[in-house]
Design a protein around this ligand. Structure first.
Ligand code: NAD
Length: 415
């Protein structure tokens, strides 16, 4: 897969974007031969009134077979297995996923079970287990982060084993992604910040990981430019519809990039922190992204330096000596985390050690770092990281990210 010059790129998802894109859903489903979709969502999304907006946009033109509004944070096996039963019992023939990555990945999981007539999702984990097209799926993202609306991946948690599993197949690509600015206007500032940094981590890792290719480069650079120009603005001005739409486009572009290139150690570690400690995915990505750049810098100096162009613009790029560009990119990302911290009144975390749970304890206790490092070793994303990592390397990165300290360059492996 990482042979020099060889790559595959595919995104067959129809993108419908705009300030009134939801209205197209009945027509899209009819063309797909579906008449009675299961609407999958979660309590936060429903509580923000988005189910009502969706229903109003569709009017009488579509009958919803059933509404599942209790998807938990992070999709999990239990929810998928349970909601597949609801789909069957309600006589549904398609799915609409209305939510963030947790909802969209749950819908992908349900789709595997109802299309393959299975009752245990675990049997379909990994890559290449699906052999034929699934039921129609329309994804309506309500966060601008994961890009799941255009990716071939579903990340689903096995809570018993404290493991986030990846399901990978071109058949998991939704039939359509609806990017509608109305869907993110209600997104709280800290979630806007963390999910926006998730999108940035997809684009940046896609741009320097081993699976990068000319087409993933194009979508990654376009995403970074949009995020650089809009993320902080929408945190300050949540009702800026143009900014919200720009971020929705950015998240989809970043999703297209990494769905066709893969990612690296930032995701391997982030999935592991999410698995072991349950921290939100975007929060993990925001904290870990500068460390991915620092750790891999000696292998990717020139490539990383190119990111200053979409981040800083042509003038800053042109005025910065090539050997200083990567340093400025890393500094920019650290500063963006600081600015988001300030803009959210301190609710956007910059390092793991500052995150507390409701009881005031560390949400990711330092003593769990060895378990997180061991979990990360088993994550597929690590194979696409430019530099190798073993357990000690991962632990070193986690310790720095827990303290919020830069990496000790003398301890970075230089293979
Ligand atoms: P999420 O879906 O868990 O949502 C976070 C919270 O925001 C929830 O409480 C939700 O109710 C609330 N929310 C969402 N939209 C809202 C809105 N518009 N208004 C008010 N509240 C809203 O968060 P996420 O970051 O989008 O998804 C994270 C999950 O996605 C993780 O499980 C991660 O592993 C997975 N993921 C998947 C892919 C992929 O390609 N499949 C990529 C990255 C991450």
């Amino acid at each position: 897969m990482c042979l020099p010059g060889y790559y595959e790129y595919s995104c067959r998802v129809k993108i419908v974007a705009g300030h009134d894109a939801l209205e197209r859903i009945p027509d899209l489903l009819r063309r797909l031969g579906a008449r009675r979709p299961l609407l999958v969502t979660d309590r936060g999304v429903a509580g923000a009134g988005l189910v009502g907006i969706l229903r109003e946009a569709m009017g009488e033109r579509l009958e919803i077979g059933a509404v599942a509004d209790d998807v938990p944070p992070d999709s999990d096996l239990e929810a998928v297995n349970r909601l597949a039963v609801l789909y069957r019992e309600s006589g549904c023939d398609a799915l609409i996923a209305l939510g963030g990555g947790s909802v969209m990945d749950t819908a992908k999981g349900i789709n595997i079970l109802v299309s393959e007539r299975g009752d245990d999702l675990l049997k379909f984990s990994g890559a290449g287990t699906l052999k034929r097209p699934l039921k129609p799926l329309i994804a309506v993202p309500t966060t601008a982060g994961t890009g799941s609306e255009v990716t071939l991946v579903a990340v689903i948690k096995d809570r018993q084993r404290r493991l986030k599993m990846a399901f990978v197949s071109y058949f998991l690509l939704p039939d359509a992604a609806i990017l509608d600015s109305r869907m993110t206007l209600s997104l709280p500032a800290p979630i806007t910040a963390a999910t926006g940094m998730d999108a940035l981590s997809h684009a940046v890792e896609a741009y320097y990981c081993l699976g990068k290719n000319p087409l993933s480069d194009v979508t990654a650079l376009a995403a970074i430019r949009l995020i650089g120009g809009n993320l902080l603005n929408v945190v300050h001005n949540p009702s800026d519809r143009e900014g919200r739409l720009a971020m929705a486009n950015a998240a989809a572009l970043a999703g297209m990039a990494f769905s066709n290139s893969m990612v690296g150690m930032v995701h391997a570690l982030g999935h592991a922190v999410g698995s072991v400690c349950g921290l939100p995915h975007g929060v993990c990505m925001a904290i870990l992204l500068p460390y991915g750049l620092e750790y891999n810098r000696h292998k990717r100096e020139a490539v990383m330096g190119e990111l200053l162009f979409p981040i800083g613009g042509p003038e800053i790029y042109g005025k910065t000596a090539p050997e200083d560009r990567t340093g400025r990119v890393i500094a920019y990302i650290r500063q963006l985390n600081e600015d988001l911290h300030a803009a959210t009144g301190g609710r956007h975390a910059r390092f793991f050690g500052e995150i507390r749970d409701r009881e005031g304890n560390h949400a990711a206790p330092r003593r769990r770092l060895p378990e997180i490092a061991r979990t990360a070793l088993g994550d597929g994303a690590i194979f696409y990281n430019p530099e190798d990592l073993d357990y000690d390397d991962l632990l070193m990165v986690l310790e720095a990210a827990w303290e919020g300290m830069p990496l000790d360059s003398g301890r970075i492996r230089k293979g």
